[in-house]
Write a protein that binds this ligand. Structure first.
Ligand SMILES: [Zn+2]
Length: 253
């Protein structure tokens, strides 16, 4: 059975495709949309609106940053509950049976054919579009920078989180170090390295696949979603992160 119908369109969206800036913004968890063929995955309306389905605010912030940085933005148009594009196909977290406190009935006991169908429908086009974009930029003589944009829930398993912005990295710390140095002690936000997640949580798949594999500077940014739930908040955070990235990129030239 096909996961996506023709009317549902391409799973990958590319905006500002011919941007002149070096940064490529990637938003794997931009959307909570489910393909009609999968119904509700057995989830309540509440669960489908929550952070388990998507990263609220992340796409809006990414769009503002794309404009300010003259960056290309690539995002997944369907929910991470169907396929989490920041995970490789062999990872159980690519199609989670449980996410935080919610069981995901429609993901329980998927056989290999069902897993392959979702991988082909959502992950492969996403991976290949990003890979082709990066390779085209390199072939044209530029050195792209991979920045993945995420948001996280302020309360996780009942525990409030005080970190507001996380700067995450894998083995290549160049860009993260420079951003943390640029943030310094301005006191604007509570910013931490590899929080609330880090490489041991498996969240650096996109960085590894598209940044580390080619020696490109890369970073993952996590914003607590209560800071970006409306347009005013999104603009403030996008402006701040654009400033940090700009300063960091100048510093690592
Ligand atoms: Zn995310």
């Amino acid at each position: 059975m096909a996961i996506l119908t023709g009317e549902e369109g391409d799973p990958v969206a590319l905006e500002n495709a011919v941007a002149q800036g070096r940064v490529i913004l990637v938003c794997e968890h931009a959307s909570r949309l489910l393909p009609a063929s999968l119904g509700t995955l057995g989830l309540s309306v509440e669960a489908l609106a929550s952070h388990i389905a998507w990263d609220p605010g992340a796409l809006a912030v990414s769009r503002l940053m794309a404009e300010q940085l003259d960056a290309t933005l690539l995002f997944q148009r369907f929910s991470r509950l169907v396929y989490d594009c920041n995970r490789p196909p062999e990872s159980p977290a690519a199609m989670p049976e449980k996410s935080e406190v919610f069981d995901v009935p429609g993901n329980v006991g998927l056989d290999q054919a069902a897993r392959d169908a979702r991988t082909q429908a959502l992950y492969i086009p996403f991976r290949d579009t990003l890979r082709d974009l990066v390779e085209a930029r390199i072939a044209a003589g530029s050195q792209p920078v991979i920045v993945t944009m995420h948001s996280f829930t302020p309360v996780y398993f009942g525990k409030p989180r005080d970190v507001e912005i996380g700067i995450l990295h894998d083995a290549d710390t160049r860009l993260a170090d420079a951003m943390l140095a640029a943030a310094g002690t301005d006191g604007r936000y509570t910013i931490r390295r590899n929080e609330p997640y880090g490489p041991d949580d498996g969240v650096t798949h996109t960085l590894r696949e598209h940044g580390l594999s080619k020696g490109l500077p890369n970073v993952m940014i996590e914003v607590r979603n209560d800071l970006i739930q409306d347009e005013a908040g999104q603009e403030v955070v996008a402006g701040y992160l654009t400033g940090l990235l700009g300063a960091a990129l100048s510093a690592i030239q």
